[in-house]
Design a protein around this ligand. Structure first.
Ligand code: CMP
Length: 139
């Protein structure tokens, strides 16, 4: 069943570059409602837990180092068809392949420092949202 929610986080490169405001503006203008939001920082260990599904990938250690290198802004978002529409808004993982006008095309630096994360399924949106926020009050 679709929950109409997705999870995102603005990654350390985009936060450090002062792009979080512009990214949040794009998210809201695309029709997403912010259900939960905070600014926080992961330890390498917590980053490893979040990305445990990639533990066997060659980029895993660098990814954990990068994701714990600075502040991030995790959010839970709500919209009809949230997971798919949000992945369209952010564009391809590798900014070289991202469509014009997408968040990654505009703000990502590389396939690793790619500005923003978006959940790939309703199930993962729920798991990832819980990872940062636990049970969330609905405002
Ligand atoms: P994200 O969508 O958050 O999911 C996994 C992350 O791993 C991805 O964004 C990138 O930040 C990173 N990533 C994925 N593929 C690669 C790769 N080939 N090389 C380096 N980092 C990658």
């Amino acid at each position: 069943m679709s929950t109409n929610k997705t999870f995102t986080m603005i990654k350390p490169d985009a936060v450090a570059d002062g792009n979080s405001g512009a990214i949040i503006k794009m998210i809201e203008e695309a029709g997403f409602r912010i259900v939960a939001l905070k600014k926080t920082k992961l330890t390498a260990e917590r980053a490893g837990e979040f990305y445990a599904v990639h533990a066997e990938r060659p980029f895993y250690n660098d990814l954990c180092k990068y994701m714990s290198s600075g502040a991030i802004i995790p959010m839970i978002l709500e919209k009809d068809n949230a997971v798919a529409d949000f992945r369209t808004l952010i564009g391809a993982t590798n900014p070289a392949n991202a469509d014009e006008g997408t968040i990654r095309k505009l703000f990502a630096k590389s396939i690793e420092a790619n500005a923003i994360h978006g959940s790939d399924s309703d199930e993962n949106a729920q798991i990832e949202g819980n990872f940062f926020f636990g049970q969330v009050e609905q405002y």
